[in-house]
Write a protein that binds this ligand. Structure first.
Ligand SMILES: C[S@@+](CC[C@H](N)C(=O)[O-])C[C@H]1O[C@@H](n2cnc3c(N)ncnc32)[C@H](O)[C@@H]1O
Length: 413
């Protein structure tokens, strides 16, 4: 798209100097250098698409070494560095790209995202608007601008951006979910695309951020499981739903002979793989994956901070019951509908679950619903307590830590 820009790039000085007396030779050398830099750029793109960011960065650097004014290579190097969480260097690459090609839309967009990820929402809006001034149909820039405006508290402007996103791309899960959360909607679940994009973008700084937010649900659930089964022998088959970067796997490794992790985000799964505690890691939606597993296969199913992206939990509870052995445990956390700010004390919530307004966009569940799911699926509630789950925007998010046990057919009868 921006191939024409490269025509004005700085030529490698060495080629013209070495062939100064022979214009044909100089032209040939330049063409060869261009073809080599284009090859590195294309290899970089392939690596980046395959998630090999470091290799991609090396190819982009090689392209730039041959052709220093190759704006697209600078921009893609910015993308590769941003994916690795190197925001300062990424921003420098985008700025460099813009010095060579001031209209390079991807560089404006990339710089906007980098600033947004560094919580500089105000400046991020400038670059998203720059990108949109050059390409008004750039869907991702409308969505990102909406995010930045939301961060700045400009809710109606943000909502307008998500509506534009939906007009251009009606199936956009990100905008669907954000719009629902800003208009009091209560769909059954967050769209897959929303979860995937959110956590792909979060994977590099997930562990550090969650530590800052005092998140220790994996530890708390693990302690409850140990309380329920003091005789655990370390040979359990364990299914970790929404395993993320593997914080739960790390806690549960001492209980498990076989640990299986499931997640919608490929980038989170890469982090989990690097921990080397899972025997199997499955990429996909947890409900679909549970439906494909054999019955009575697991001693323990865990979902820490995962079911907050689903409203309706009937399918999950039914599948958990089917997949557990008799006496097997289903341990999970959910945010408590009764503990939301403004919830009337002591009153039962009017719904089983509620999507919370942006920027949370997570679900909170009612205690009665949790008990009903247990009863309907022949699961006994071994533990259910209100606890601090993590901080969010300076307040404590409170939720239920639950351990259910599968009753044998005799007990269930
Ligand atoms: C807040 S993180 C928690 C990760 C991990 N359980 C922990 O405690 O550190 C939620 C994870 O659930 C995953 N997730 C959410 N909904 C999912 C779904 N329907 N299917 C599979 N994974 C899902 C997300 O991709 C994300 O990695």
């Amino acid at each position: 798209m921006f191939g024409w820009l490269r025509k004005s790039f700085t030529r490698p000085a060495s080629t013209t100097a070495a062939h100064g007396a022979d214009p044909d030779a100089a032209t040939q050398a330049q063409a060869k250098a261009r073809s080599q830099s284009a090859q590195h750029k294309s290899l970089g793109d392939q690596c980046l698409n395959a998630g090999a960011e470091e290799q991609a960065a090396n190819h982009y650097r090689a392209a730039i070494a041959i052709e220093p004014g190759f704006a697209e290579a600078h921009c893609r190097l910015g993308d590769a560095l941003r994916s690795q969480g190197e925001h300062v260097q990424a921003a420098a690459c985008y700025r460099k790209a813009l010095t060579f090609a001031p209209d390079l839309v991807d560089a404006h967009y990339g710089l906007g995202v980098t600033l947004l990820e560094r919580s500089d929402s105000r400046n991020a809006t400038v670059y998203f608007r720059n990108a949109l001034a050059r390409d008004p149909d750039l869907v991702k820039a409308h969505t990102a601008l909406g995010f930045a405006l939301l961060e700045l508290g400009e809710r109606s402007a943000a909502q307008a951006c998500f509506q534009t996103t939906l007009r251009l791309d009606p199936d956009n899960g990100m905008a669907q979910h954000l719009t629902a959360s800003m208009t009091g909607g209560n769909p059954d679940r967050a769209p897959r695309q929303y979860v995937e994009k959110l956590f792909d973008g979060f994977a590099n700084h997930f562990d550090a951020t969650l530590q800052q937010l005092h998140y220790d649900t994996p530890k708390k659930l693990s302690a409850l499981i140990a309380q329920c089964r003091p005789d655990a022998a370390g040979d359990w088959a364990v299914l970790d739903l929404g395993c993320g970067t593997g914080l739960v796997g790390q806690e549960l490794a001492p209980f498990s002979g076989q640990l299986v992790g499931v997640d919608l985000s490929g980038k989170m799964l890469e982090k989990a793989r690097a921990r080397n505690v899972y025997q199997r890691l499955l990429h996909g939606d947890l409900i679909g994956i549970m439906q494909e597993e054999e019955a009575a296969r697991y001693d323990l199913i865990v979902a820490a901070d995962t079911l907050i992206y689903l409203g309706k939990l009937d399918d999950v509870a039914r599948e958990a019951q089917r997949l557990l052995v008799d006496g097997g445990l289903f341990a999970f956390s959910v945010e408590a509908l009764e503990a939301l700010p403004g919830a009337p004390p002591g009153a039962s919530p009017p719904a089983d679950y509620q999507l919370q307004p942006a920027p949370s966009c997570r679900y909170a569940h009612a205690s009665d619903y949790i008990y009903r799911l247990a009863t309907e699926n022949h699961l006994g509630v071994r533990h259910r307590a209100l606890a601090h789950l993590r901080n969010s925007v300076g307040t404590s998010v409170r939720g239920y830590l639950v351990v259910m046990e599968k009753r044998s057919a005799d007990q269930a009868a």
